[in-house]
Write a protein that binds this ligand. Structure first.
Ligand code: C2E
Ligand code: MG
Ligand code: MG
Length: 364
């Protein structure tokens, strides 16, 4: 069969495929994109998109016409209009003849809502509609502010915000998230600049990161470089690690966290008791803080939930870990958590997340 004809069949069959597909030629240009790819990148023309970097192992490996493709998950660097980012892809080598070929690149995305999340996040980043809100963590006995949590706020462009709970898990595995982390650190610099002045010298400023993020050594060095560059003392900066999937390798995670801790970064295990964050992590990971998921607080009047909360308090006390109760909305919640042994809390009763300006204006 003639090659053009083969390509024609290929593009036709993939045009409406639910995964985004692009065809890449070895000069870096994109020769074709299917409807899903056009959708997430919001393309007017194919010139707006190019592949900046792809593993040489792959580009040098054309020619084996009979083999099964070797690469299931390859990060590639993409340039889209004025921004560059990494995405996880599956690269299909399509040999045209023995010395030449094209690459069909599938951007890994498993659902329609995932496509939407990618499109919206790319749009927010491209148009700088990304901010951080901050929420205080408070010693429930003394009212002292022990920490501040930075929370992502992606503006939807219509005056509202994209719901973190829905969007973050969809893009978390994507290296696209690196852009969010880098922009968050730029914004945190502004908080650190006034932290002492607004009376929060001793509080830890936490950023949320996914467990995927801390598994990558390049990411860990982004955080340790940040601490070094700003000469932040021990426990000034912390990471709240959230788990949305089982950690692939607990030893790698443990090494990463030990490295971060050795540089004075405080580590909190977020949403403990929900999803995948389990007792195994408390035992095997070098963490400083356990943040009990807010659904425990919401149900603290239920006797079995109350027993679980006091069990976690005891474990934390034994292991000399701090425990933070999330989702404290009322005085009753606060008192119940205190009675069950949880001394630090976070929630709308004490403080609602707010932007940096509100910290500048008010005495804390
Ligand atoms: P999280 O880290 O457990 O953050 C706490 C969430 O609970 C925040 O929602 C906060 O606004 C909300 N919250 C605080 N106090 C109360 C309360 O008293 N009652 C209730 N009902 N909710 C309360 P938000 O900002 O929508 O964030 C949701 C989740 O998204 C976070 O849960 C975290 O897992 C993730 N997230 C937020 N920012 C980032 C980020 O910068 N990076 C990453 N990777 N994840 C983030
Ligand atoms: Mg958190
Ligand atoms: Mg949480």
């Amino acid at each position: 069969m003639h090659t053009d004809q083969e390509l024609n069949y290929l593009t036709k069959s993939l045009l409406h495929h639910p995964s985004p597909y692009i065809i890449y030629e070895l000069d870096g240009s994109i020769a074709w994109a299917n409807i899903a790819a056009n959708y997430i990148f919001n393309l007017d023309s194919l010139d707006e998109l190019s592949v900046v970097k792809i593993d040489e192992k792959i580009t040098n490996n054309f020619g084996d016409l009979d083999s099964i493709a070797l690469y299931y998950d390859t990060p590639i660097e993409i340039s889209l209009r004025k921004i560059n980012f990494f995405m996880r892809t599956r690269v299909h080598m399509i040999p045209v003849d023995l010395s030449n070929g094209i690459m069909l690149i599938e951007l890994l995305c498993t659902s329609r809502s995932g496509l939407d999340a990618l499109r919206k996040t790319i749009d927010c980043i491209e148009h700088q509609r990304i901010e951080l809100a901050y929420q205080k963590q408070v010693n429930l006995e003394t009212n002292e502010i022990t920490g501040i949590e930075a929370l992502l706020r992606l503006q939807d462009g219509d005056g509202g915000y994209l719901p973190n709970d829905q969007i973050i898990p969809q893009i978390e595995g994507e290296s696209l998230f690196s852009l969010v982390v880098l922009e968050s650190l730029v914004q945190l610099e502004k908080f650190f600049a006034i932290k002492e002045e607004i009376g929060l010298k001793d509080a830890t400023l936490y950023l949320n990161v996914s467990a995927h993020t801390i598994m990558h050594p390049e990411f860990c060095s982004i955080f340790t470089d940040f601490v070094e560059k700003h000469k932040l003392g021990s426990n000034q900066f912390g990471l709240e690690v959230t788990e949305t999937a089982e950690l692939a390798d607990i030893n790698v995670a443990s090494e990463s966290l030990s490295f971060l801790k050795s540089k004075g970064i405080k580590i909190a295990l977020d949403d403990f008791g929900a999803g995948y964050a389990s007792l195994k992590y408390v035992r095997d990971l070098p963490i400083d803080v356990v943040k009990l998921d807010k659904h425990f607080t919401f149900n603290a009047s239920d006797p079995s939930t109350a027993r679980l909360i006091s069990f976690v308090s005891e474990v934390c006390a034994d292991l000399e870990l701090e425990m933070i109760g999330e989702g404290i909305e009322t005085e009753v919640d606060k008192q119940m958590m205190l009675d069950l042994g949880c001394k630090i809390g976070q929630g709308y009763l004490m403080h609602r997340p707010d932007f940096l300006d509100s910290f500048k204006n008010k005495e804390t």
